[in-house]
Design a binder for this molecule. Structure first.
Ligand SMILES: Cc1cc2nc3c(=O)[nH]c(=O)nc-3n(C[C@H](O)[C@H](O)[C@H](O)COP(=O)(O)O)c2cc1C
Length: 159
């Protein structure tokens, strides 16, 4: 049996709920990707060009520190969940992917959003992993996804 981890970052709880439902559907372990410095409401203000999230997303080299490294060594499959920020994954997801060894593992990104699709998410994130990583295309999951829909999504991945 493949050992599966669901690792997620969630600023306001939407991705967290989907991640927990997904972990339950696949019988996976679950870990929270936590930035060393938590985001305040002010940090998340996308209307403010100078807010922390705006500045981070403007800088493709920005890598916010993690509160803790997540050890992915014992897993064969790692689902990585996050909200879409300005059309892609928050920079802390790049920190997470670059801080682990994903060679030989299957990485399955998924996201929630206010409506945007996954845009260039795969392109940006795949580059953070070894060429030996088996990459599945990122999927936007509805905040209200049902257990049946989650089951169908997981089956479609043919893990
Ligand atoms: C800084 C920031 C940027 C965002 N950018 C987008 C975006 O480009 N497109 C979109 O559909 N939603 C965007 N959103 C909305 C989130 O993707 C959406 O609310 C998501 O489900 C939140 O997940 P969370 O509760 O796990 O953080 C943005 C939210 C924030 C805080």
């Amino acid at each position: 049996m493949a050992k599966v981890l669901v690792a997620y970052f969630s600023a306001s709880g939407v991705t967290a709920r989907v991640a927990h439902a997904l972990a339950q559907a696949v019988g996976a372990d679950i870990e929270k990707i936590e930035p060393a410095q938590p985001y305040t409401a002010k940090d998340l203000d996308w209307m403010d060009k100078m807010s922390r999230s705006s500045r981070e997303m403007d800088d493709e080299n920005c890598r916010p520190d993690l509160a803790e490294t997540i050890d992915v060594a014992k897993y064969d499959v790692v689902f990585v969940g996050f909200p879409i920020w300005w059309g892609i994954a928050p920079r802390v997801i790049q920190t997470f992917l670059e801080s682990g060894e994903f060679a030989g593992k299957t990485v399955v990104p998924f996201c929630t959003s206010g409506g945007s699709g996954v845009g260039k998410t795969d392109e940006v994130l795949h580059k953070c992993c070894s060429a030996q990583t088996k990459w599945k295309p990122c999927k936007r999951l509805s905040a209200a996804i049902s257990p049946r829909e989650l089951g169908a999504y997981v089956a479609s991945l043919k893990l």
